[in-house]
Design a protein around this ligand. Structure first.
Ligand code: AMP
Ligand code: ZN
Length: 114
């Protein structure tokens, strides 16, 4: 999608601080971290959010969780723990409409935290 900032990050038009990528997914540090570790994980192909997944595009989010596992390993937070958040839709606070997971960690976190 031409006017999507995360598509531009994936294709290199906008710089990012990359953590890991494979053929389907790209992980990069959030520009405005809310925890010591705050990484965004996106599918390389554009889809607005979970609500927009269909039979046609769910195939390219297959493998998302194994990729998250690998990103956490790369960041060294596999043992200490981490949290994965998908803000989906405006009431949930989604501001960038290219599906992404926030991977948070690197420090103790309370629960519930709303
Ligand atoms: P959300 O509110 O769930 O849609 O999250 C969007 C996230 O994207 C926010 O945490 C922003 O800080 C982050 N963000 C926006 N622009 C950039 C950028 N150019 N590079 C890295 N993170 C960004
Ligand atoms: Zn996009």
């Amino acid at each position: 999608m031409s006017d999507c900032i995360f598509c531009k990050i994936v294709n290199g038009e906008i710089p990012s601080n990359k953590v890991l990528e494979n053929d389907k997914f790209y992980a990069f540090h959030d520009i405005s971290p809310v925890k010591k570790v705050h990484v965004l994980i996106v599918p390389k192909k554009h889809v607005a959010n979970i609500a927009h997944l269909t039979e046609k595009n769910e195939e390219y989010v297959d493998g998302f969780l194994p990729f998250v596992r690998d990103v956490a390993k790369e960041l060294g937070i596999s043992k200490s723990g981490y949290r994965l958040i998908f803000n989906t839709g405006s009431e949930a606070g989604q501001t960038v409409f290219h599906m992404h997971a926030h991977l948070l960690g690197g420090e103790p976190m309370g629960w519930p935290e709303v």
